[in-house]
Design a protein around this ligand. Structure first.
Ligand SMILES: Cc1cc2nc3c(=O)[nH]c(=O)nc-3n(C[C@H](O)[C@H](O)[C@H](O)COP(=O)(O)OP(=O)(O)OC[C@H]3O[C@@H](n4cnc5c(N)ncnc54)[C@H](O)[C@@H]3O)c2cc1C
Length: 438
């Protein structure tokens, strides 16, 4: 966490940086590269890797400044949020050199190949296999709910490398190239009308041994780090965002070649100077805190009280997020702090879901570009349930807190020490798997 004078200095430095570098004639790629080199885009990352080793309060200070300036923030996405920290903690020198600049500069976006049709909450039971073949591994299996897979350059892949080890000890964690013949990606349509999710089929897909993070069989440790950072939230400074329509197949690398002027203009209506810069993920331009100030908003007492409730929840969430990130950075894994953050985000999302339409009335229920805020309020109402599921459901977070904080009896785990080959997992019977391999 940065002290007051440290944050003041950071603010002054960032003002000077924005004055010197922010230029609408730059391409997004050139801007992101300048930001990465300055260490201001990812201030919570270590100094040797494009950061400043500061706490989340630096993200808040810089985010407020960037938005006020109308400047685009650091590249976002699962790679930046989870992949970077995983590579820093579990990757070797070569992997850090190859991947971290690409993430910090937004040259690549990554997706997360974790969930499978039979393995969501019980992630350690993943059945996708990776079998060593010389300098490569050959991957077969299926993933599902893979956000952004169609536009990702690489994916964080959890795959079984040892059928004879118990389920947590036989996994490998790979950074796999997505565009290759062995990977077939099929979009899944959501109730919002978007298709951000995908089901992904691996048929003799290939990944280099050099892209195995840690040792074969140690993948669970990297998976836990991934989840800790996923649950504790964002990584880089959020300014005026750039919307990548991954559901329309728009790729990050194409976006990077566009001029900032064009991208900022296109985003126009979503510019913001949100008062709650500590948590722009929740209290962004469309947050109830902003909406209630709009002309014609419902400002009756019950609604005002709920906006305050939301505001308090969002602030508490920002503090929990700070704690969770500190824990994750200290290598404490996906522990109680990240579960509390995840649950707090679910609560705030639900209040937000109800407040949008309450404040705007019928206008808050309209969909489509012609609707107020481009239909974003109705969209976020439909999107709201996802927060309680993605990155581990609310029930799973409750279990973690019950067991690790309240000291309640652990869930029975009869399969923990049994070789994976002998388990009946998902839809595939163990005997059938055994025969298939003979
Ligand atoms: C918006 C969104 C984005 C996502 N993006 C990705 C992605 O990019 N990559 C990826 O790999 N996955 C992704 N997921 C998948 C997500 O991680 C899983 O949906 C989640 O972990 C739950 O797994 P499941 O869907 O298989 O549900 P299940 O595990 O089958 O759970 C079904 C229900 O049972 C409950 N339950 C299960 N086990 C227990 C238990 N032990 N105790 C109490 N209740 C239990 C759950 O809480 C849930 O209500 C995404 C999901 C969403 C919603």
């Amino acid at each position: 966490m940065g002290g007051a004078s440290e944050l003041d200095e950071l603010r002054d430095e960032a003002v000077a940086f924005l004055d010197e570098h922010w230029d609408l004639d730059l391409t997004l790629g050139a801007w992101w590269e300048a930001l990465a080199r300055s260490g201001l885009g990812f201030p919570t990352w270590p100094t040797e890797w494009f950061g400043r080793a500061l706490g989340n309060d630096a993200l808040g200070v810089l985010g407020e400044l960037f938005r006020a300036h109308g400047a685009v923030g650091a590249p976002g996405g699962l790679g930046q949020m989870m992949g970077g920290p995983v590579v820093m903690r579990h990757g070797n020198d070569d992997q850090q050199q190859r991947h971290l600049w690409n993430l910090a500069s937004g040259a690549e976006s990554w997706c997360q190949f974790f969930s499978e049709p039979g393995s969501g909450s019980d992630l350690a039971s993943a059945q996708t296999r990776a079998v060593r073949d010389g300098d490569e591994w050959v991957v077969n299996g299926q993933k599902v709910w893979t956000s952004g897979a169609r536009t990702a350059d690489r994916g964080m892949l959890l795959a079984r490398v040892d059928m004879d080890a118990p389920k947590h000890r036989g996994l490998g964690y790979f950074i796999i190239q997505v565009e290759q013949p062995g990977i077939d990606i099929r979009p899944l349509k959501q109730m919002t009308g978007d298709a951000n999710f995908n089901e992904v089929f691996f048929t003799d897909a290939r990944v280099a041994d050099a892209d195995l993070i840690g040792r074969p069989g140690d993948g669970w440790a990297a998976a836990v780090t991934t989840l800790a950072f996923e649950r504790s939230g964002r990584a880089g400074v959020v300014g005026v965002g750039v919307t990548q329509r991954s559901d329309l197949g728009e790729r990050r690398r194409d976006l990077r070649n566009r001029k900032l002027g064009e991208l900022v203009e296109r985003r126009g209506a979503r510019r913001t100077t949100s008062p709650d810069a500590r948590n722009p993920g929740i209290a962004g331009p469309l947050s109830p805190v902003s909406l209630i100030g709009e002309p014609g908003a419902n400002r009756t007492d019950p609604v005002r009280q709920d906006v305050v409730r939301y505001y308090v929840q969002a602030r508490v969430n920002a503090m929990s997020q700070e704690r969770a990130r500190a824990d994750a950075a200290a290598g404490k894994g996906a522990g109680p702090a990240s579960s509390i953050t995840k649950l707090a985000r679910s609560v705030a999302t639900r209040i937000n879901r109800d407040l949008g339409p309450a404040i705007l009335g019928a206008a808050g229920m309209l969909a489509g570009a012609e609707a107020p805020h481009g239909g974003a309020i109705a969209h976020s109402t439909l999107q709201a349930p996802s927060t309680s599921i993605a990155g581990g459901t609310d029930e799973i977070q409750h279990n973690i807190l019950g067991e690790r904080v309240l000291g309640l009896p652990r869930e029975p785990q009869v399969d923990r020490d049994i070789p994976f080959r002998e388990l009946k997992v998902g839809t595939v019977r163990a005997e059938a798997r055994g025969k298939e391999e003979q």
